[in-house]
Design a protein around this ligand. Structure first.
Ligand code: SAM
Length: 240
């Protein structure tokens, strides 16, 4: 009976629950996990894993509510120089770039950067990591990361946050959207490290939290959750 069932599953692999297939073939490009651990332990994603939703309509709705929140938070501001850390394939780059005279986007994933350049040729995409940002101190008056820092493992989070602070000019703004809800159980194959708002507060001292909240419009969509808590941190030092 068991043999008969196994033979049937081999003939019709679509019947095997996705969660089981992923455990057996975690690295398979089509069947495995949508995230990938690079050689240094950083987490990046296959295209299907960057931003997910159960239908194109919900995916576009999520994107539209995210860009609307960014635009509302940065409304009326024109920054001199902005940096987007972990741009993926650049879907949010035009939204951030609209608020800035000079916008630069970095990511550790060369495939995503190739796609970002092809899709948005007008923008400046470069390789770079949050843990070693390839720019001098005080380079940007806006730094943004959107569901990126949550993928930095515990042994490197202090370094990543120190880097965000290092490149931020006095008086600048740091916009984060990160998972802050700590789950009751932790999956064995981890690719996200949720941190509370107060943990970010400690990591980002001396910045002050000027605005914080989930994207409720996304929470209201069937089967969807806000991608994380949107937090606007500001440096109260006088800008140059
Ligand atoms: C969930 S995706 C989000 C991409 C994009 N911000 C968006 O919302 O579409 C996370 C991105 O962070 C990038 N990433 C992960 N760790 C990083 C690091 N240490 N430095 C820069 N990018 C990183 C991944 O390669 C991936 O493109």
């Amino acid at each position: 009976m068991a043999l008969h069932r196994a033979a049937r599953l081999l003939r019709e692999p679509g019947r095997v629950p996705a969660a089981i297939v992923r455990r057996i073939l975690p690295r398979h490009p089509r069947l495995g996990f949508t995230w990938v651990h690079l050689a240094d332990g950083s987490v990046t994603f296959r295209e299907a894993g960057f931003v997910s939703a159960s239908s194109p309509a919900l995916l576009l709705a999520r994107h539209n509510y995210e860009t609307a929140r960014i635009a509302a938070l940065l409304a009326g501001r024109l920054f001199e120089a902005s940096l987007e850390v972990g741009c993926g394939y650049g879907r949010l780059t035009p939204t951030f770039a609209r608020c800035s005279r000079q916008h630069t986007a970095i990511d550790i994933n060369p495939d995503a950067l190739t796609q970002a350049r092809a899709t948005y040729p007008a923008y400046d995409f470069r390789p770079g990591s949050a843990t070693e940002i390839p720019f001098p101190d005080d380079s940007f008056d806006l730094v943004c990361t959107w569901t990126v820092i949550q993928h930095v493992p515990p042994d490197r989070i202090a370094q990543a946050c120190a880097e965000l602070l290092r490149v931020l000019r006095p008086g600048g703004c740091l916009l984060l959207c990160e998972e802050t809800a700590i789950p009751a159980t932790t999956p064995a194959r981890r690719h996200t490290w949720e941190r509370s708002e107060s943990e970010y507060g400690a990591l980002l001292q001396p910045l002050r939290l000027a605005d914080s909240g989930f994207i409720d419009e996304i929470d209201a969509l069937p089967g969807m959750r806000s991608p994380g808590r949107v937090m606007l941190w500001v440096d109260d030092a006088d800008g140059a």
